[in-house]
Structure formats: C-alpha cells, structure tokens
Design a binder for this molecule. Structure first.
Ligand SMILES: Nc1ncnc2c1ncn2[C@@H]1O[C@H](COP(=O)(O)OP(=O)(O)O)[C@@H](O)[C@H]1O
Ligand SMILES: [Mg+2]
Length: 332
C-alpha cells in the first residue's frame, strides 16, 4: 500500500522537478538522474546514476581534422558547445566541413587534435565509443539509404531488435517513436509508398527508438519538397522541446532561422556562433561566404527607405509580419 501511494507521488515530484529544467530553462545545474531528465523521458534511457548535470552536453574543444592522405586541415581549432535541448543550425558554403563536423560529433571520425566530448565522454576513448554511438543519432540526407524493412513499424523495430530487447519493450519504443514523428497512422505501410518527408520522419523514428540524447542531422531536408521540409522541421522543434539536443546541418537559411543558435562554418573555423537574429544581421559576412539571408530578412531589407528603419533580427515570417504592421501604422 505504502509503495502504491509513494510511487505516483515520487513520479509527480520528478515530473515537477524535471520540468524546472526542460525546456527553456537552459542553465540547469541541478542534481538530476543522468537519464530521464526530460518530462518526455520516454524518449530517453532508463533511470541511471545521479550525477551533477551541467547543461552543456556536447563540447568541441579546439578540434582539428584532416582526412587521411591529405595535409590540409578541413577543420581548424573549432571550439563550440551544445546545451541540453538546444536546437543548433550549422550553415556554411559547400566544402566548409559541415558533414565532417557531423561525423566528428557522432563519433564516426576522430579529431586529429583537440577533443569532442559527449556528456564528458571523449570520442577518442575506445571504451566510450559504443555508449557515444548510442547517445548520438545521425540522420543523413537520403532517407532511402536509411530504411531497411518492408513495413514502417518493422523499420522502427529494427534498431531496438538488434539490442535484443524484450518484445514488449520493442513495441513500446516503436509506438513512442512513431508517435513522436507523427507517423502512427502509417505503421503498416511499406516505406517505399511514403512521401519523402514521411520517409525522413521514419528514418528519425528509427533513430529515436534507440533512445539517443542527441540528434545530428546532415541536410535531412535537402531532398524534400516544401511540405516534407516543414513536417520534418516541426518534428525537430518538438524533439528539441522534449529535451533532445538537435544539431541540424542545412543550406536553407529559413531552416536556420528557426533554430536557437546558428554556427557558421567557413574556412575551417566558426565564422559566427550566435542567435539567428544576430547572425542574419550580418548580411555582408554571409554574402562574402556565398550564403544568403532568410526570405523574411531579405524582404525586410528591401523595405528600407528614408524614414523607415529596419530593425535587426527579423528572421522569421512572424518577425516580418510584426515589422510590416508597424511600418503600415507609421505610414498611415
Ligand atoms: N573522405 C574524404 N577524403 C578526403 N577529403 C574529403 C573527404 N570527405 C570530404 N573531404 C573534403 O573535406 C572538405 C569538407 O567536406 P565536407 O565536410 O563534406 O563539407 P560540407 O559538408 O560543408 O560540404 C571538402 O574539401 C571535401 O573535399
Ligand atoms: Mg555536406
């Protein structure tokens, strides 16, 4: 009886306590269970040891990388941090090292110099590699290369099935992952009959079923139509809000505008690491790199005229609408 009452009470306490940390409250130095810190802890691992969880979870420390057989450093001295539940967009010209960075962050490549730390685990430590691969999910450009089964739910079950989990646990993970990407209604469909956006969401579900803490996505929307892109972006935003850190590599400025922070890669280094508003207030720097502005920022700039000051930080459609309304009020 005692346990029957205590368990729900404990659960509510943890739910409340964890909600202090996720999302929005970015700097949480509370004592948390290492896993299960999110109110959406079903997307994470089971209960783990208590550790002091600083909110910085991925750290790149003076990272250099050169491909074997080359004497050119593709990345030179990258220093950057990802906090829990943060949505980072990585932009940069072709060949600037974005995909290389994605592979370094997921432990597929090791830095030539410096360190990549995932929850304090060094990707260069052989004993940590398996755990790092479990914690960091990598989603690639072409969803067709990431789907393996003849039915949606089988595809999601493939990863957990390889972990030799009990059937009930696999079913639970499949259900939760499909729900997280809004594909529950298509669970019996063959993947080849899905749209591009649905296929990419299925690829994300397959990774979520492995319960990663971090998702690194290398241009996951580049082969999708606008609707597919919007669907994937919505899923990514929701995942970030549930506490999974999302690192999205993209060549679309509109997608970068939706992130919490933008890393601009250029010439082997980070040319900028700031909020979308701050990054897109530097059109000169971006144009020099062959990058543009989000449509809203471009349009706002084109309204500039004597007597009409364009504020910095217009990056989304909502920002643009607010700005245009204020201009209309001023001029009417
Ligand atoms: N396997 C490889 N071997 C040698 N050089 C490579 C390899 N993969 C990428 N590169 C080089 O590394 C640089 C960065 O590539 P990449 O990370 O793919 O850039 P991005 O994703 O920004 O286009 C490019 O100059 C590219 O030619
Ligand atoms: Mg690339």
């Amino acid at each position: 009886m005692g346990t029957g009452v205590a368990t729900p009470l404990k659960w509510y306490f943890w739910k409340w306590f964890n909600s202090l940390c996720w999302p929005g409250n970015r700097r949480c130095g509370f004592l948390l269970p290492f896993y299960g810190a999110s109110p959406h802890h079903h997307l994470r691992g089971g209960a783990g040891p208590l550790v002091e969880l600083e909110c910085i979870v991925i750290e790149l420390k003076n990272v250099f990388y050169t491909y074997p057989g080359s004497d050119r450093f593709v990345l030179r001295g990258i220093d950057a941090k990802v906090e829990c539940g943060e949505f980072i967009a990585v932009i940069g010209p072709n060949g600037s090292g974005k995909s290389t960075l994605a592979r370094l962050m997921s432990g597929l490549l090791l830095p030539a110099r410096g360190q990549v730390l995932i929850d304090g685990l060094d990707t260069g430590t052989p004993e940590a590699r398996e755990e790092i691969r479990r914690r960091v999910g990598l989603v690639l450009q072409n969803p067709d290369n990431q789907l393996v089964a003849v039915q949606v739910e089988e595809d999601v079950a493939f990863g957990p099935g390889n972990l030799n989990l009990p059937p009930a646990e696999i079913r639970r993970r499949v259900d939760e992952s499909l729900e997280a990407v809004n594909l529950s209604g298509l669970r019996a469909r063959p993947p080849h009959l899905l749209s591009g956006g649905e296929k990419q969401r299925l690829a994300i579900a397959g990774i979520l079923a492995l319960r990663p803490r971090y998702l690194v996505l290398d241009e996951p929307t580049s082969m999708l139509d606008p609707l597919g892109r919007r669907e994937v972006l919505r899923v990514l935003r929701n995942l970030a809000q549930s506490g999974i850190s999302v690192i999205l590599i993209t060549h679309l400025m509109e997608e970068a505008a939706l992130s919490d922070r933008v890393w601009v890669l250029a010439d082997g280094g980070l040319a900028a690491n700031d909020s979308p508003g701050a990054v897109f207030s530097r059109p000169g720097m971006l144009r020099e790199l062959g990058l543009g502005l989000p449509f809203s920022a471009e349009l706002a700039c084109s309204v500039a005229a004597p007597g009409v000051d364009v504020p910095t930080g217009i990056v989304t459609m909502e920002d643009l609408v607010c700005f245009l309304c204020s201009v209309l009020k001023q001029t009417s």
